[in-house]
Ligand binder design. Structure first.
Ligand code: URP
Ligand code: ZN
Ligand code: ZN
Ligand code: ZN
Length: 462
């Protein structure tokens, strides 16, 4: 039996904050308060620091295939990076091969991650096709603890499903008590724009952004909310990037529909001016949806404050410039889409959100931990610091400063879109089920500490 006390900090929840010591026994929170007089073998001094529930990042691609390559991070390096940034649970993707039963896809990913992760993890199953004999697989994966699926309305020929498949999947998932995630962009229309650009000789990465307009994101959000309404499906839109799409989510919520959505730090902190010029360096910013004009950021922050956006995930999907992104030097469609950043979510949002006066500390906890834990069936084990919860804790020093750089990250990608940025706040310690996995800002070698977490039914955040 091991016991730990985290002493002298201020606990922050999604609702409020209070001075309290935190007591941990065998990986679980057993006491929270002042002058509790419980015994502890180890004492961590958190004087002047904030104690936050460990982050839950529900949108992370590790060991993820794209075009002819695979993400630079696997379950070990990606979860080490996540831990360094204060995330103690990630949800990765298990990719269904065409024709494959969904439980087989899940099992393959579970086997591949076994013994690798530093922090706890789960999987969403990416559904690519749903023949009549495969639909029942949705019930089976939910029973196995993967209570969410993801479908793509983009990437024709690779991942895109038609509206009928989306409807059937939503209907079955709703009945099973799980959550359907949707990548909403009109893939067929984007395909026309992209091929037309290429035919006109526009092969450079700048054209990735120019051929994925905001209207085609908003249209897809609208279409999927109609399908979700028809079958009463709790539905979660990933990576909302623009005002028009955020407005569609707001409208659906105003109707009382169980529609939820996330955005990502890059849409809040970067804009499409990075696509100016004709250097191939622009490929660093080739992610989907692309970065938008600066004015979209205000609308996204507004939606976060109003709870029209429920979660901020990273969509960590790293590909190296050398040997991966450079496959698209002559054709922007050959650049694998995605950027890293799983390690920077908390401090970027603490700095640009809380310190900049855009959101409260409590809202920060809600959107990075409590809300994703509830939506993805992890609460109350994850997402709140309370008695009986897993002792996943971040000790954040609000007076510290941190320089973001790929060189100090366990991620294996070869660049960062935040390279050299300095942010207010520093992560001193991160505990995963009571174990210190980040000590004075440095992540140790804890391969295999992380476990697969079986998730339950989706619950609505406050
Ligand atoms: O560019 C991105 N986001 N790559 C990952 C795949 C996806 O669309 O989420
Ligand atoms: Zn996506
Ligand atoms: Zn609409
Ligand atoms: Zn993604």
């Amino acid at each position: 039996m091991t016991t730990t006390q985290i002493k002298g900090g201020t606990v922050v929840t999604a609702a409020d904050r209070f001075a309290a010591d935190l007591y941990i026994r065998d990986g679980v929170v057993i006491g929270l308060g002042q002058d509790l007089n419980l015994h502890a073998d180890t004492v961590i001094d958190a004087t002047g620091c904030l104690l936050l529930p460990g982050g839950v990042d529900p949108h992370v691609h590790l060991d993820f295939p794209s075009l002819s390559t695979t993400t630079a991070d696997d379950s070990n390096s990606g979860t080490a990076a996540a831990a360094q940034g204060g995330t103690t649970t990630i949800i990765n993707f298990a990719m269904q091969q065409y024709g494959e039963p969904l439980p087989a896809a899940l099992q393959r990913s579970v086997d591949q991650a076994e013994g690798q992760a530093v922090i706890d993890y789960g999987f969403h199953v990416v559904v690519r096709d749903l023949g009549a004999d495969r639909i029942r697989g949705i019930d089976e994966i939910v029973e196995s603890g993967a209570s969410s699926i993801k479908l793509f309305m983009a990437y024709p020929g690779e991942l895109m499903v038609d509206d009928g498949t989306l409807l059937i999947a939503m209907e079955r998932m709703a009945a099973a008590g799980g959550l359907t995630m949707v990548h909403a962009e009109n893939g067929s229309a984007i395909d026309v724009l992209a091929r037309r650009a290429l035919a006109q000789g526009h092969t450079s990465p700048q054209w990735h952004g120019r051929t994925r307009p905001t209207l085609l994101e908003a249209e897809a959000v609208h279409r999927a909310t109609v399908l979700a309404e028809l079958v009463g499906s709790p539905t979660y839109f990933v990576h909302i990037s623009c005002a028009e799409a955020a407005a569609e989510v707001a409208q659906a919520k105003a109707k009382g529909l169980p529609i939820f959505a996330e955005t990502c730090p890059h849409y809040l902190t970067l804009d499409n001016s990075v696509y100016d010029g004709d250097s191939f360096e622009v490929a660093k910013y080739v992610m989907t949806p692309p970065l938008r004009e600066p004015h979209h950021q205000d609308r996204l922050w507004h939606s976060i404050r109003r709870a029209d956006l429920d979660v901020i995930s990273t969509d960590h999907c790293p590909f190296c410039m050398v040997g991966q992104k450079d496959a698209g030097r002559d054709n922007f469609l050959d650049i694998p889409n995605g950027v890293g950043g799983v390690e920077h979510r908390l401090l970027l949002l603490f700095d640009r959100g809380v310190r900049a006066g855009r959101i409260s500390l409590e809202r920060l906890v809600a959107i990075t931990s409590t809300n994703p834990a509830k939506l993805f069936g992890l609460h109350p084990r994850k997402g709140s610091l309370m008695v009986g919860a897993d002792a996943d804790v971040v000790v954040l020093d609000p007076t510290g400063r941190t320089r973001l750089s790929v060189t100090s990250s366990p991620s294996r990608v070869d660049y960062s879109i935040y390279e050299g940025w300095t942010v207010g706040g520093a992560i001193r310690y991160v505990l995963s089920r009571g174990k210190v996995v980040v000590d004075n800002g440095v992540v140790g070698d804890h391969r295999g500490h992380g476990r697969f977490v079986a998730r339950g039914a989706t619950a609505t955040p406050n």
